[in-house]
Design a protein around this ligand. Sequence first.
Ligand SMILES: C[S@@+](CC[C@H](N)C(=O)[O-])C[C@H]1O[C@@H](n2cnc3c(N)ncnc32)[C@H](O)[C@@H]1O
Length: 270
Amino acid sequence: MSKPELAPQIEHFYSQVIDENDRLTMSADGRLELLRTQEILRRYLPSAPARVLDVGGGTGVHARWLVEDGYEVELVDPVIRHVEQAAKVCPSELGDARKLAALDSSFDVVQVLGPLYHLPELRDRQAALSEARRVARPGGLVAAAAINRYSSLFEHVTYAHLHTERLQTAVSKILSTAVHDGKGFTLAYFHRAEELVAEMRDAGLTDVEVFGVEGPAWSLLKAVEQSGTVPSEDLLASALTAARMAESYPELLAASSHLLAVGRVPEGGI
Ligand SMILES: C[S@@+](CC[C@H](N)C(=O)[O-])C[C@H]1O[C@@H](n2cnc3c(N)ncnc32)[C@H](O)[C@@H]1O
């Protein structure tokens, strides 16, 4: 497939600024995100073997454990560097969540863990979720992740610079517009939980549920790391416990860094 159209700042960020392969394994909050994403998805995944399409799968961090669990995973991502790394894990190709090459109803599971972060226009997020629904089979699972609207507030307070004018302005802008396009990260959209649920339902998915991935203590892990100390395994275990305990309380969805929604393709098909 030809190279998908990607905003230049997103391409630059993933190709040259960060190594996405390290994000979920090298930091404590990344490990928390990985553990919680695994445990939530495993509740909904059909028994292996089943066909999983990992859209915006990056370097294959989630594809790796899914393959180890016995799933047949294929990955799509618009960044060449990611696809080259992911190809070591599973069949991987260049592609865009908004226009997937896969056939209708050809996967048991379609996961979209990342593309919605980088689609600030509602019509683009709608296209991505409609495509996920199209390529998942009737009764199949669609899972989609989003960055929480409030995550930058929690993150920047841990860095002890939220009180500076520059950061207050930047974070206030994210809170009021939901969009970030500047220093530190790249072009990104920040969801509220209700919005993510509404977008899943608008794409025709049923039985939609939404989870706070990291729970209320992820920024504490970041604060410890920021101070130059490696968070203890006890602190990580406590943060994991807090995320699990928070699940029953919808008010606490706002405290997580990421949201994870799951939904089903209606049995009647498209
Ligand atoms: C934060 S990374 C997440 C990677 C991985 N899925 C995970 O959860 O760790 C976001 C990913 O979305 C990809 N992405 C950005 N825009 C996309 C689009 N329009 N279609 C598909 N993937 C996209 C990026 O290339 C990147 O790999």
